[in-house]
Design a protein around this ligand. Sequence first.
Ligand code: WTA
Length: 633
Amino acid sequence: MKQEHNEEDQFYYPSKEIVRHANVKEYEALYRKSIEDREGFWAEEAKKLSWYKKWDKVLDDSEKPFYKWFTGGKINIVHNAIDRHLKSATRNKIAIIWEGEPGDHRTFSYFALNREVSKFANVLKSMGAKKGEVITIYMPQIPEIVIAMLACARIGAVHSVVYGGFSVESLAERIHDSQSRILITADGGYRRGKATHLKEIADEAMKRSATVEVCITVKRTGEACYMENDRDFWYHDLMAIPLECRDCTTEVMDAEDPLFILYTSGTTGKPKGLVHTHGGYSVYTAATMKYVFDIKPEDRWWCAADPGWVTGHSYLVYGPLINGATIMMYEGAPNHPFPNRWWQMIEKYGINILYTSPTAIRGLMRFGPSWAHRHDLSSLRLLGSVGEPINPEAWKWYHEVIGRGKCPIMDTWWQTETGGFMISPLPVMPLKPGSCAKPFFGNEIGIVDDHGNDTKQGDEGNLVIKNPWPGMARTILHDPKRYVEKYWEKYQDKGWYLAGDSARIDEDGYYWIIGRIDDVIKVSGYRLGSAEIESALVSHPAVAEAAAIGLPDDLRGNVIHTTVILREGFAASEKLAEELKNHVEHEIGPIARPAHLLFTDALPKTRSGKIMRRVIKARAQGLDAGDITTLEE
Ligand code: WTA
């Protein structure tokens, strides 16, 4: 049944089928209830999970903004994502369907996933892994990345996944900050028909950051690897050792014990390691997944994000597994060997829900609708979008060509910091292309000016979250002060969380995200910081100073624009520009490669010496730079 569309009010209305299927039939009443009794709402959701010991208190706000959830409770996310399913028919259900880029595929039932996770958890223990220690994972999109994450969580170790598209310095910095003793990686993976060389990058990173004592490598591509005695081990060798006991009991954790660290780019300096916990995060990902994507036991769910980003953590791994769903996972590029690759897999595996980014949609849109039309996409019931605002044109294409006019699109706004969806439609809500609709249950979200006053309806303002929620990051690893400064200081007296985005609310109460208000740059939905790119440039011997900004781009959302001042003795040239771009790619990764690199003699700075990126941005776009009274001549 097609969704009805009303040109006048812009709305796309849900069909009867969608409403019949929905886990929540009516938003407003339940939303009101969740706000009136937030703790009651979250307690109800928490009860749906399996706890070793029930919590004493739902929310402990005695040390704001360091909120705690479900204190006194004992839980482990793996107990909910795997263990409890082994006692029901879910035991024999497919947990993961995986397809490699070359076309190879593997599937794991919940039973098999448990076996692999147990084995690998025992391997980690045999390497001395301890509860609370941080283990770094740097892998391509292969099932072993999920196994490694779950194995860490099972023994109470804290995983820190570094996206496989990152390169040497990004990896070294994250290993160093978390002081990881164990690194789990792979020889490489496949992307656009070529093998990547992850182990080589890992070797270089381990040289820069000397904390790693044990490196476990999965053989994926079979390319030759340097293996250092007593440090490097092959995953398959370790997994073949008959360990005394193949079972591995899941560690009983406090609800507030850390589950993982995920580094994300901020405004200044090095990436921040955000800390998420076993208890609140389990409850939040389970509930958001269930209500927003109406997940049902018979569903085959595909989150096309990489596990190395928060979307992969929450909605490729934990949310769906807690809900007992079947996960689709694909290793490579959407257009390899042809632009119908995704549509082919949707048909082949009968995928019901697809969750991806506007960039991916725009990228596939370029090739025209015929690639999708060649496939039967009738299994799809719902679609999702995340990572950046989706432009109405891409929304409509996604809706019409992929969703055949029948599948509502859940445009979910959230962040690494929030752990799960904060603003999103539900399938039963009327939709407007480009709007992420309304706050998720329990959340009050304001659009305010610098003084905390609501902006006039329709006007842009800072997006703030006015309440704590179970999925919130608890702190920044080793740097609680920065956590307070970055997120809570601006509206300290009100106790609001500053998201770093600007947005507006329309006459129907629908939210529209405009973009970042800080120096975070979203390139193809990937989050990068100006500071990271600048420090990569300055680490090159030719560069004295550098500034990086994001410029709007039709395909990728933003591209990186850099301006560089050279050191004495170096001359600007095409060749040097190319070399510097390559250098950034080598240090951070291909996603950080600047699209433009200009040489200059001076950068606009404030009197206190801060680079005025706003001015560079305005100039690069040929716009008026606005108020530049603080600009130093
Ligand atoms: C942006 C990704 C518009 C936003 C889950 C946010 C979005 C940042 C949306 C967080 C959306 C995410 N519409 N913008 N649906 N979802 N963003 O931490 O700027 O990688 O602050 O988390 O992505 O990026 P992060």
